[in-house]
Design a protein around this ligand. Sequence first.
Ligand code: FES
Length: 72
Amino acid sequence: MIICICRAKTDRDVLETIEEGAASLRDLQRCGIGTDCGSCHNMLQVMLQSAAARAAVARPSIPVPVSAEHAQ
Ligand code: FES
């Protein structure tokens, strides 16, 4: 699916760029995505937020020590 019409970038192009390290709209723009009219910016932000949420879920959780108060 085309996300950025001006630059002819698909959702796959955007996801690949995010997977390669783009973490902000500015990063995507540095890679040539969303640099013209700006009508794709909302979708790009949604894709960035979704990728960040997926990455947070995929990260192993840090064990939280049980306090003596709750250990009884
Ligand atoms: S649609 Fe992406 S900059 Fe115009």
